[in-house]
Design a protein around this ligand. Structure first.
Ligand SMILES: Cc1cc2nc3c(=O)[nH]c(=O)nc-3n(C[C@H](O)[C@H](O)[C@H](O)COP(=O)(O)OP(=O)(O)OC[C@H]3O[C@@H](n4cnc5c(N)ncnc54)[C@H](O)[C@@H]3O)c2cc1C
Length: 386
């Protein structure tokens, strides 16, 4: 196999996981990440089904298990903070739950010795010819790569450059979410409290062995006009929606105003007829985001990385064959998760759900962890030495 230099845009979950497998198969990965460094902390993400097998094959499963949030059941509370139902952790914490920043850090540590990382930079242009892709960057000088992978999330720049504007592919699910860190001032122990009112939901969960907490404020809305780079404006939007609400919401709004790690975005899916265009291919949320309500985005990113690298190895680096096989292997799995994401969004703002409803959800949760199984072929025999 000829040496294949692969540029990956995005160093979160999908990007470093792909770099890991590409290196194992004898490719030379370079990762460009817009942020100046790997982002710490963040919200909790969970793993389901075969994603645990992929972590195991990467030798990371024990390390990830050590970071488990060990979240127990959570409590539904009314406007006065009185508990009225229990939300079983099976509904929200999957087979294993960790803070996203902890996962990203571990993937980065597992690849930094074998992968070139360019932080604080971004792809600005892609020009493809029969032999490769000429890539221009915001800061680094232009470089040629054999292949380019967009692992740069829901608002992927790679997708915009190779496939066209975001509006063609991103489908809003009718929910906006704000998340931020705060002190665990309620003194919760491996649990959370959730408050729901018509079209609004707020919660607070413990993080980092109860030394911190994460709050989330969700509200129902169709497409909003706002500046994605203006957190002050976004905080104002959230504060207006939650003004006058009960439970801990007034305190959470104060905490939000001071939060430095504020995250705000629409819950959305990415729907594309195909994930590759010539020598450019999309991976994870960039190509097939299923939305936070699916609870499957992290698993998809990890499994997609495993399959994409494996198919490139199996085809001896023939990207046309490999990209077609990657899509064949992944399409059914992704389609099911996107259906789960839409169903989850439809029932998201259940006002004051009864215990019976929550128990029914929990009873369905284990079987949801194994939807249509994705085939994890053993690609090791096809690996080239690096
Ligand atoms: C609120 C919330 C809760 C969630 N909860 C869960 C859960 O419980 N379970 C679960 O499985 N999934 C969950 N998800 C989804 C999960 O976070 C994503 O599916 C997963 O992180 C996808 O990984 P990714 O690497 O494809 O993309 P991302 O994690 O979005 O990473 C994209 C990376 O690309 C970088 N980037 C962006 N633009 C550029 C650019 N132009 N140039 C260079 N780099 C760029 C970004 O900085 C980032 O590092 C949740 C998502 C949200 C928003």
């Amino acid at each position: 196999m000829m040496t294949k230099n692969v540029l990956i845009s995005g160093a979160s979950v999908a990007g470093p996981a792909l770099a890991y497998w590409l290196h194992r198969h004898g490719f030379h990965p370079t990762v460009v990440e817009r942020a100046d460094t790997i982002r710490p902390g963040g919200y909790a993400v969970d793993f389901r089904g075969e994603a645990l097998d992929v972590l195991d094959r990467m030798g990371l499963l024990d390390g990830i298990r050590a970071l488990d949030t060990e979240m127990g059941d959570a409590t539904m509370v009314d406007a006065e903070g009185r508990p009225y139902a229990t939300l079983p952790s099976a509904v929200f914490a999957g087979d294993l739950e960790v803070l996203k920043g902890d996962l990203t850090r571990m993937l980065y540590e597992a690849t930094r010795g074998t992968t070139e990382y360019l932080f604080g930079d971004s792809v600005t242009g892609l020009t493809e010819d029969p032999d490769g892709v000429l890539v221009t960057f915001g800061h680094a000088p232009p470089r040629r790569f054999d292949l380019v992978v967009g692992a740069d999330g829901l608002h992927s720049r790679t997708r915009a450059l190779a496939f066209g504007p975001e509006q063609r592919y991103v489908r809003h699910l009718g929910i906006y979410t704000a998340i931020f860190s705060l002190d665990n001032y309620l003194g919760l122990r491996n649990t959370g409290q959730l408050y729901a009112a018509g079209g609004l939901a707020a919660n607070m969960f413990t993080a980092r062995a109860n030394t911190e907490a994460r709050a989330a404020l969700h509200f129902a809305a169709e497409d909003l006009e706002y500046d994605r780079r203006d957190p002050a404006q976004q905080k104002r939007i959230v504060a207006e929606r939650f003004a006058g609400e009960g439970w801990e919401v007034p305190r959470l709004l104060e905490e939000m105003a001071a939060a430095s790690d504020f995250f705000f975005d629409a819950n959305a899916q990415v729907e594309m007829d195909r994930w590759s265009e010539g020598r450019v291919v999309l991976l994870g949320d960039a190509g097939y985001c299923a939305g936070p309500t699916s609870g499957r985005g992290t698993s998809q990113a990890l499994i997609g990385a495993y399959v994409l690298a494996g198919e490139l190895a199996a085809s001896g680096g023939d990207h046309t064959t490999a990209f077609a096989a990657y899509e064949r292997e992944m399409r059914g799995y992704v389609t099911e998760h996107q259906a789960l994401g839409r169903e989850g969004a439809e029932r998201f703002f259940m006002p004051a759900p009864t215990q019976e409803v929550l128990d029914l959800l929990a009873a369905g949760a284990p079987e949801n962890t194994r939807t249509e199984p994705v085939r994890l072929r053993d690609y090791s025999a096809t690996a080239a030495s690096s």
